[in-house]
Design a protein around this ligand. Structure first.
Ligand SMILES: [Zn+2]
Length: 213
């Protein structure tokens, strides 16, 4: 089964992430002949609703709206609250620095929302690796420097995408760089990993549902 993300383009005009893939030519692969109905029907079989919403927001342009991102952000914040409560119940340290001191004006909840939303936006707008232009592949030389082969890009480990800089993240959230480093980074990393895992889960389930069509 090919990457079902690419099939999402058949549901309407392409999302920014997909436009980038099309420019790169990475979407040009033979695709089984799924109709828009097949693709949409398979989406309904994604059991994790939040995973499905994130996946749709990333790849289905009609769903890439501000109100949907607000809803997703709210659910991510609730998920974070459940995570913290679980740690408390287990009497384990949360591992997150106090937020109140870092962002007193906006309050902790607003701060967590902004962090969650910024992580969502970062992942939705692929930051393509400049070394391999998003392909994930680059010429590599062996130890003896004889000959050149094509392999996983050394700059992005073959991901094609690289994390944005910490200073850019601070700007995206609207805080100082030092605040990001001292207080916010563990929160941001938590949301990035959570969103990545949820999207990957939706991709697996969409793929599975399509192969059962
Ligand atoms: Zn690269």
């Amino acid at each position: 089964m090919t990457d079902p993300r690419k099939l999402m383009a058949r549901l309407g005009a392409a999302s920014p992430a997909l436009v980038r893939q099309m420019q790169l030519g990475t979407h040009v692969v033979s695709m089984p002949d799924f109709s828009a109905q097949d693709i949409a029907a398979a989406l309904t079989q994604i059991e994790n609703k939040l995973a499905r919403r994130i996946y749709e927001w990333f790849w289905w342009p009609a769903y890439s709206t501000a109100s949907n991102s607000d809803e997703i952000t709210k659910e991510l914040v609730n998920r974070f609250a459940r995570h913290i409560n679980l740690k408390k119940a287990q009497k384990k340290p949360s591992g997150f620095p106090q937020l109140n001191k870092a962002i007193t004006k906006k309050g902790a909840i607003v701060a967590v929302k902004r962090i969650a939303h910024s992580a969502l936006v970062e992942l939705a707008h692929r930051n393509d690796c400049k070394h391999c232009h998003g392909y994930g592949l680059a010429p590599i030389t062996n130890e003896k420097k004889i000959g050149i082969a094509i392999g996983n890009c050394p700059k992005c480990a073959g991901n094609g995408v690289i994390p944005i800089s910490k200073s850019k993240r601070a700007k995206l959230i609207g805080i100082r760089y030092s605040t990001y480093i001292n207080n916010i980074q563990p929160y941001y990393d938590w949301f990035l990993n959570e969103i990545k895992d949820l999207e990957a889960e939706a991709v697996r389930q969409h793929s599975k549902a399509l192969s059962n069509e």
